[in-house]
Every structure is written in structure tokens, then in C-alpha cells.
Design a protein around this ligand. Sequence first.
Ligand code: NDP
Ligand code: HSE
Length: 437
Amino acid sequence: MTPVRIGLLGLGTVGGGTLELLARNGDEIARRAGRPLQVTHAAVRNPDRPRGAHAAHVERLTDPFELVHHPDIDIVAELIGGLEPARELVLAAIGAGKHVVTANKALIAHHGNEIFDAARRAGVAVGFEAAVAGGIPIIKTLREGLAGNRIDGLAGIINGTANYILTQMRDAGLDFATALADAQRLGYAEADPSFDIDGVDAAHKLAILASIAFGMPLCFDQVQVHGIRNLSAVDVDYAGQLGYRLKLLGIARRSPAGVQLRVHPTLLPQRHLLAQVDGVINAVLVDSDALGQSLYYGAGAGAGPTASAVVADLVDIARALTIDPEHRVPYLAFHHDHLQALPVLPDDAVESAFYLRLTALDQPGVLADVTRILGDLGISIEAILQKEPAPGASHVAVILLTHTVRERALRDAIARIEALPSIDGSVVSLHLDHLEH
Ligand code: NDP
Ligand code: HSE
């Protein structure tokens, strides 16, 4: 059988892993795809870097544009990362009639609408399973496995680096910087790790998941994003004392009023399955009408897991090469003409429960002032924890958990509480969610 010829843009963590996986499981992959998948060319930045035995039979190029225009390549896998030149390369590959696979969530989140439009016009496939949750086949699940369902929402731990850092801080007592350095050494973190710790990488992935779940064009710019950079160890600890764990969650929910798209640290009840997801593992909880809640769990980063998703896309494309383009699985699950630009709700309109930590003067009447402000704004309290003052200290930490409240009311309450003379500094607020259907 004639092999399907693949050109890899990049031979780093994911490109190297893809090459290795195609070599290791080549026979079984060919039996599944109906044809062998052969990497014929690879483009890298530094041609002198050793690439291992599997790269010996691959023609190495230093000009990635030569690869995307090469007449002997059927599928281009973009595994470079970043926005440019990745966008230009992908569009050039599409323009040259090549099918494309990418692991680049930033590229899809920012330029997916443009890329899918170009690909549709050229009649080529674009696979991006590896862009969300590493090896977990969540895109295939939403796009195909749940095709009979109305998807009402999803919540996911979709950044392995942030989850690894939070887990190491909680369980191993590591400080933030050491845990981040470990994640970088293990190949989990993005080239710019601020994307991981500031929630941007999770927001890229959430934008992609929401489009596929709800059938709307990509709208990364409208995702509300808060990362874990400023999370304090005491809040991880107090959350634990109250029976919760802190996780960086991406949440997409729809209601008749519009769609919520948010990434932020969130307190989850310790017994919730997502609260048990530790280390670099990712998990996505999906609410859909026929199936109910379903949970998808697995490795969210690293060479092998990400290559697993890249190769799955390569196999899908190899199988679909003879199918009329109009009858392939649509890029964003819904047919192009049936995507709907749903309104995305602003922060103020979002409803959530909250964790609040304030530093209060240890004297009578202070808590009464705080609870009066909350009561006046219709905010009901679920739990209060007041810590012993440190010896000689005039202030104490007070932790409050609220019932569900409109975010605008909570921001008003925080402003009023911070204005009380008995309150020192800013009030820390974190979302709390039970993720019930
Ligand atoms: P790496 O930095 O490990 O590898 C990037 C590769 O691209 C290197 O081989 C590099 O060449 C090559 N490269 C960079 N710029 C150019 C250029 N202009 N021309 C030719 N080659 C170039 O990145 P990763 O493998 O970690 O990530 C690749 C993509 O996969 C990114 O989009 C990332 O977000 C995504 N991803 C990564 C995951 C992970 O666990 N690492 C998980 C899921 C997605 P050289 O080797 O010569 O420097
Ligand atoms: N930096 C990403 C993460 C890699 O930590 O999840 C996988 O997309």
C-alpha cells in the first residue's frame, strides 16, 4: 500500500514523540489506517541538534516553507508552537492542498476561524485533538461521541502545569517557583510558562472546547481569565480545612441569556471527582442532556500522551482521504453554515459561590459589620471560619463561604468591606463550585 507521507514541522517534545510513536507502533497503526504512515521530512530550527535513531531516515530541512510546499508530502503536522510563523505555515500548507494536524492551541484559539475557513475552501482536513487536554480524546468525544446530545456545559482541569504546581504546593509543600521549574524540566510547560500560570493556555483550550460543544465560532478574546500566579499558600490551606481543594478550572456553561466562558482558580469539594485529579493529569467533566455527566481523564501533556493525539488525527485523515470533503466531520463539530455566534456573558452577570478571606481587627462588632454588608446585598453565608490571632497580633484571618451570588453583588460587597476601618488590606475572593448538573 502507498504510504501516507507526513512532514513534521518541529521535532521537539511533541514532534519527537510523534516520530517515536509512529516508529514503535507503525504496524498496528498501518492496520488501523489501511496504509502505512511515514514521516518523510521534518523541519527544525537547529539542524545540528541530535534527534535520535528514528530521525535518521527523515530528510531534515531548515526552511519550514520548503516543507509545506514539498510536492511529496500529504499531511503537514505543525508542532512548532506560537502564533507566527505557525499561522503562516499552516495557511501555506492549506493553500498547497495539504491536510494539517496541529497541537497548537494558541494558534487554533486565535486563528482557528480563519484557518477552518481556508481549509474548507481548499477541501482539506485540519486535526487539532492534541491542542486540548494532551492525550485525552476530548475533541473526538464532543464532536462525534456526544453528537446526539445537547451539551449544556463543561468544566475541566486543562492545564497540566498549573495542576502539577497546585498539587506539589499542597502535597509536597514545594514553593511556587520550585514546582514550576520541575514542570518545565519535565516538558509540561509552554515555551512561555506565564501562559500556564496566568491561565492563558487553559483559556485557549476552553475557547476551543466551547466552540465545539455549543457550535459557535471561536471567541478566545471573550474568555475571562485569572491564573494561579497570585494564589497564596494560606488559601490552599484554608480551603483544605473547610473541605475543599483549589483547582484551576476552565468552565463553559450556556443558558438562555448566553454563554459563560471562564478560567479561574476554584474551590471544589474534596470529594468531587475533579478534586481528585492531581499532578499533570487533565480531566474534563461534560454535562449533556442524554448522557448526563461524563468525565474524561488522562495525561494532559508530555511527549507520549500528546503524540497519541497527534497520531490519532493522522490516522483519521489517512482514513478520510477518499471522502468527499463536505462529508467529513466538521472542524467545529457543527456544519460551517450552522455555527451560531452566541452572546458571551460579562463577569458581572456570572453567578457563583465564593470563598472570601479578610484580615479583620480582633474586636467585637467587626464580623457583624461584615455580615450586615453581605446581608444588605442579598448575599447569604454558607460557612465562617475565624482563625486564632497570632500571639500579640491585633488582626485575625476570617474566611467566609457564600452561597451562589451574582458576581456584581459580590464585587460591591467587597468594595464596602474593604472600606471598613476594621478591615486591613484587600479581601481575597475565589470562586467555589460544586459542579452539580
Ligand atoms: P518544543 O519547543 O519542544 O519543540 C518545538 C520544535 O519546533 C523544535 O524542534 C524546534 O526546532 C522547532 N521550531 C521552532 N521554530 C521553528 C521554525 N521557525 N522553523 C522550524 N522549526 C522550528 O515544543 P513542544 O513540542 O513542547 O510543543 C509543540 C506544540 O505542541 C506547541 O504548540 C505546544 O503548545 C503544543 N503542545 C505541547 C505539549 C507538551 O506537553 N509539550 C502538549 C500539548 C500541546 P529545534 O529543535 O531546532 O529548536
Ligand atoms: N503547557 C500545557 C500544560 C501543555 O501544562 O497543560 C499541554 O497543552
